[in-house]
Design a protein. Sequence first.
Length: 587
Amino acid sequence: MRARQVLLWLVFMGALVAMGETHAHVYDHLYANGFDVPADAPASDAEAARFLTQATFGPTTAEIARLRGFGYGEWIAQQLSAPTTLARPFVQQVIAARTSGGQSISQNQRLDRWFWTATYAKDQLRQRMAFALSQIFVVSDQSSSISQDYIPMTEYEDLLARDAFGAYRSLLGDVTYSPTMGKYLSHFRNQKPSSTTQPDENYAREVMQLFSVGLVQLNLDFSPVLNAGNPIPTYDQTVITHTAKVFTGFTYSDAPTNPANFYGGAITAAGSYNPMACWGTELFATGNNMRHDTTGDDGTLNTPKTVLGGLTLAAGRSCALDVGDELDIIAGHTNVAPFISRQLIQRFVTSNPSPAYIERIANVFEDNGTAQHERGDLGAVIRAILLDTEARMPPADVSYGKLREPLLRLTALWRAWDAQPQAPNAYGEVVMIAGNSFLSTMGQKPLGSPTVFNFYEPDYQQPGPFADQDLYSPELQITNESSTYSTGNLFYNFTRRAYVGVNLPPDNQTLPTDRPLLNLATLAANVATPATMVDMANARMLYGSMSPNMRTTLINMLDYMSGASAQEKAWSLVYMISLSPEYATQR
């Protein structure tokens, strides 16, 4: 060890002593790999950027340097332990300030904060995981039942972020008790059967079909289990009917015990987003006041409820026991590991993972490899997904990779060019989206899918070459002539009209105050050498993967713009890359 390194080490250890033992864990992270380059460090900036394209909302030059210094394993470890960036407390303050100032409020306050977090928060992997989970455990502001629940919807985003690296069973429980999910899928104020009504079956159906096990029995590699050559259904309508009885009796957490107020509003603001309460035997031992269904299959206390996998729940029990055991049964089903693992691989790495890749991740889902042999450890799952050989050493197969989601193309653009956020306005909010309607423009926005089936389905196959070769292409479900055109216009507004100095000659415009501003100064400084500009943009936006033909075309474009300013050449280059198929594709 060189003398300077020894000196630095001694100074740092002295600082730790001065700070106290509670800070000693800082040493573990900073020097976990010693002073040498870690063995698992990316070999190049391009490799680091490619990993960060998968694991974050887009690479930055600073994060590339950090990753190369720490290595993949330590970088992931730091992300798994990083504090959660929460949105709800901030959005609450903004909404309170706007309301006090007589200003309108909308989903824009939630969306601005989401885009800020995606672009600037330090816990990038956690937030990316939360975004992926939001496309499995779907709620949407397109539903009138929650379209004006701005703060509860923000709390739902925080719920997913907090649970992103925890146990799948805990996540499933938190989602089930969320009033936002309860309103969206109708088990909020869902009641036991009466002479004229039956419990709503929405949540009972979707918690199985979309959140856990899917429609057919699966092997660990996601292939269907067959009986005489035919897939085996995981459940039938009878199971849905009986499961719906389990998810009855939910209402606001602070609802008073007067039965007349089961349908009343929340008493406090927190009551509108805190986990729901369930009116079962916990509150009413017997009688009509109880809203949770304690009966069995035949509507009496003589039989149990028959649920997923032919398992049963005894009659006459509390809501908490019924719901808890039902969620244990669902979470413990053998389908959950391949069903969830495959969708997470699709969101982070490739639309068509090999059966072997899915099985490797499903095995980690079944057993995280620790002494406790924990099942459903989502932190271990995402680590395995990102470090798998199929993620780090992509096969040459043309089916490998994925279309980059529209939102991720925008956040990656901001992060690539160190976009400068606007100063907070009078109400404390940082405006990010310039009032754009992303659902109509891109076909996608955070917690805004048209249906519970997400913006696109994991099994979608684009007609033509994809379907002909039995390949999946989820993101192409929202890609068409109209969305391609409108997305191009949006990127124009976030490049041509949104860079630092745009109000300077020759633009002669007013500096925008409703969106981040790209910092293109370094790019513009190389205007005398078009090839250098293109190579810089290639490194920042395409992790060095630009094809020779595209590189030549862009160099020729810059040469042709002989009378343009350095700024115009810079934003034009960035804009053209943002529109390219190569930028839209992740491999």
